[in-house]
Design a binder for this molecule. Sequence first.
Ligand code: GSH
Length: 218
Amino acid sequence: MATPKEVKLFGAAISGYCTVVHHALRLKGVVYDYVEVDLKNKSKEFLELNPVHKKVPVLVVDGKPIPESLVILQYVDETWKEEHPLLPQDSYLRSKVLFWADFIYHKMGPLSYAIRTTEGEAQNKAVEEFMGHLKTLEDGINKDIHVHGPFIHGEEPGLLDVILRPFKNGFQHLEQMIAGMKLLDKEHIPLLCSYMDAYAELAVVKDTELMLSQYGHA
Ligand SMILES: N[C@@H](CCC(=O)N[C@@H](CS)C(=O)NCC(=O)O)C(=O)O
């Protein structure tokens, strides 16, 4: 496959789904243009890129649109294969990583939304269920991936490190807003907390936050 010439990311600074794409491109060293989409007033150009879901992120590579963040991450990993692999070479290990990625997206994502958008009893229930999922994820990663390093994927961050990042940001924000709420608890999920802390120190994380801060969000 020829190396792509023009890479453009249509995203929104508030969106964790877009953050993960910024990080993947930057870990790979891909040079790209960024277009901030006004989600309240989506342009005709943007709607033509993602007519099915009408959501960000959409990555456009040499004029071809790729929607859906998890699909984009896999596309990026395959297209810039030589640089910083995000998925393991071994197909069984890769299946495990994709299994837990799917768990994060489809089990934890909706609950994280519920925590942010409910109050009282409903919120407590969502928090409790979410804490259970975090523990399941910690134990599952430990059992299935069991590599040693500061990151989930070992010495270098991979797909799971990337997609967990928006949770850390979101929950730190919630913990500050709601007194007594503790979502990222070192006693409960020591490994995940330490992976997330290591990831937070990366230049790609800080550079992306700096770049997106011009749109009013870190
Ligand atoms: N499954 C999608 C979810 C993307 C998503 O929910 N994007 C939100 C921003 S966080 C969006 O574009 N919302 C605009 C809308 O729904 O109109 C992905 O992983 O890319």
